[in-house]
Ligand binder design. Structure first.
Ligand SMILES: N[C@@H](CCC(=O)N[C@@H](CS)C(=O)NCC(=O)O)C(=O)O
Length: 148
């Protein structure tokens, strides 16, 4: 039986299955990247819904896992060396899960770096721009006055 009690996040969102990867997320574009990956590679996981509209990522328990206060984040009870590993940033989590399972990231160096290239492109360019688009056109930002 895995013991995750040293991680404060498990006090706010208790692990019913501490032997499974704990996923702290919400169905946003960044959030579903990790749940889709977990389904694709076939790893057992326990999802915890984090309500960002209630600022749940900014409480001390969530910040103990991700000091940047954003979903998604995971806690793998069986990380490298058999020790628990906490991770945030969706791209880092995708690479970790690919390497953990030996799936979706080629062992051939050229192909591997091409995959990482597109992941970085998504993380650094397309993702943040779509995020801005959604914020300013659909969510709270749409009420901002456009002084142009
Ligand atoms: N670069 C981060 C971005 C994560 C991110 O922006 N998460 C948003 C939801 S999609 C969030 O948690 N926002 C809550 C907040 O900032 O209060 C990643 O890819 O994991």
């Amino acid at each position: 039986m895995s013991d995750l009690s040293a991680f404060p996040i498990t006090q706010r969102w208790p692990a019913r299955h501490p032997d499974r990867i704990q996923l702290y997320s919400l169905p946003t574009p960044n959030g579903v990247k990790v749940s889709i990956m977990l389904e694709e590679v076939g790893l057992a996981y326990e999802p915890h819904l984090i309500d960002i509209t209630k600022n749940e990522t900014w409480g001390p328990e969530f910040l103990s896992l991700n000091p940047n206060g954003k979903i998604p984040a995971i806690l793998d009870p069986n990380g490298p060396g058999g020790r628990p590993l906490a991770l945030f940033e969706s791209g880092a989590i995708l690479i970790y899960l690919a390497e953990k399972t030996g799936q979706l990231l080629s062992a051939d160096p050229a192909t591997r770096y091409q995959t990482i290239q597109w992941l970085m492109f998504q993380m650094g360019a397309v993702g943040p721009m779509f995020g801005q688009l959604g914020f300013f056109h659909r969510f709270a930002g749409k009420d901002y006055e456009d002084k142009r």
